[in-house]
Ligand binder design. Sequence first.
Ligand code: IMP
Length: 523
Amino acid sequence: MPRSSIVFQESLLEHLTFSLAKDAYSATQRDKFDAVVLSVRDQLSERWIKTQQKYYQVNAKRVYYMSLEFLLGRLLNSYVNNLGLMGQYAQALDIFGLSYQDLVELEFDAGLGNGGLGRLAACYLDSLATLEYPAYGYGIRYEFGIFAQKIKDGYQVEIPDNWLRYTNRWEFPHAEILYPVRFYGKVDAINCGSGRHRMLWTDTEEVMAMAYDYPVPGYRNGIVNTLRLWSAKATREFNLSYFNSGDYMKAMEDKNQSENISKVLYPDDHTTAGKELRLKQQYFFVSATLRDIIRRYRKFHRSYAEFPNKVAIQLNDTHPTIAIAELMHVLVDQEGISWEESWDITRNTFAYTNHTVLPEALETWSEGLLGNLLPRHLQIIQEIDRRFQIEVGMQFPDNPHRIAQTAIITGDGDRRVHMARLAIVGSHAVNGVSALHSDLLKTNVFPDFHAVFPDRFTNVTNGITHRRWLIEANPRLSALVTEAIGDRWMYDLAELRALEPFADDSVPPALHARLSGEAHARI
Ligand code: IMP
C-alpha cells in the first residue's frame, strides 16, 4: 500500500478513537462513515481558512447567492473527487473492510430543496469554487428536507426526511455567529429635528438565527468556499422569564414556535397552508444574511459608498426578494443614509433570477399579512412603489396602462404585493434561465418592465456541474472522454468541444485510437 494511503488509514483510526470514542468492537458502519467524513474535513479545514484569509488580503468583491433551497444531495463522493483523493480513500478503507462504494451509500441526502432551483443553487456552489470566485451560499438549515420516498403497493408514499438524525459531520455549528431577527411590532416616526424624521420599529418579537457552515471545495484548486445555513433558535430571554415564573409549557411553546421557522422545507410554491410561516422563513434568512454580509463588508470599509463594488447579491427566484426592503431599512433607518443614496446602493447590489413564466406561480403576498409581520418593510415597499410609479409616469406620460402594469402593489381591498416586480425594480440585472424563457420574460410576462428598463433583462442559461453529473455519475464515460481529449474539460466544460472531431465516429475515440495504432503497426 502506498505511503499516502497509510497516512489516511491513520487518520481514519485516529478519528474513530479520538473523535468518536469507538473501537473495533463497537464501531458501526455509520461510525466508520463518520470517521471518513471527519478525515476529509481535516483535508478541507486548512484550505478553507487559507481561502477565506486570501479573500480578506486582496479585499475581494464577494458574490452572495441567496437561496431558500440548496439541493446538495450527498457530499462525500463529490468532495473526495474535488480534492482528488478518491484513490487514497478507496485504499485506506481496507482497514474498515468497507468498499468505497458501500461507504458512499451510507450518506443521507442533504435534500434542502424541491427541484430545479435548489439543484441549480448546489451546482453554482461547486462551479463558483472551481472558478475561484469569492462566493458564499446563504440559506436555511431545514431540520427536515424534501420528503423521503417509499414505494408501497406501487404508489409513492412520502415520509419525513429526518436527515440530521445521526448528526451531520459536515457541518460546523457557530454558536458565536448569532443574529436576532425581528417580526411584528409597530413603527413610529421619530422627530430628529430640522424637519427630519426617522422611522423606529419597536415592540417586535425576536428569533435568533445561528450559523451552520458547510465547506464547498473547488475542483482540485485548493479553494474552499462557504455555504452558511441559518437555524432558528428561541431567544434566551423570553424562554427564561416564563421558565423562572414556573410556566414550563409556555416556555416550551414559545421555543417551539420560534424554532419552527427552520423546521421544514416548504413543500412547494402552490399550497396555501402556512403562508405566514413561509414569509417568516424568507425574512428570517434574508435578515441574518444581510447582517452577516454587512458585518463582513464593514470590517474593511467605513462608509457604504463602496458597497455595490464589493458586494453582489444574487436572488435565486423571488423567495429572498424581501432583502431589497431589508437593505433599504438598514441603510435608511439604521444608518441614516438618504433614501436616494440608499436606493442607488441597493439597486446596484442586487440581481434577480426569475424561474417561472406562469403568472399563477409568481409570488405575491397579501398586503395585510406582510404589513402585520413586517410593518416597516411594507412601508418601504409602498414608498419604492410610489416613487417608481412617478418615474414610469414621467417616462411614459401618455401610457397610464403601463403605470398600472408595473405597479408593485395592486388591487383593491386586501391588495397584493408582487415580489417579482419588486425584484425587477430593485435589481440592476434580471435573468431568465434559458434563451426562450428570457425572451418570454421580455415579450409576454414583463413587457412593460422591459419597456422601462430595456437593458436590465439578460439570459443566463441553466447548467449543471459536470463534475457531479458526468465525472461522478459516469466514471467510465469520463475516463473515455479524458483518454480522447485530456482532462481540461473537468475544469472547463467548454473544452468538451474538443470531442467534435469524433462526432461521426461510430467507434469510441479511445478504441478508435487503439485500433488505428494497431492498423499502423500491421502496415
Ligand atoms: P468572515 O468572512 O468574517 O465570515 O470570516 C471567515 C474567515 O475569514 C475567518 O474564519 C478567518 O479565517 C478569515 N478572516 C476573518 N477576518 C479576517 C481578516 O481580517 N484578515 C484575514 N482573514 C480574516
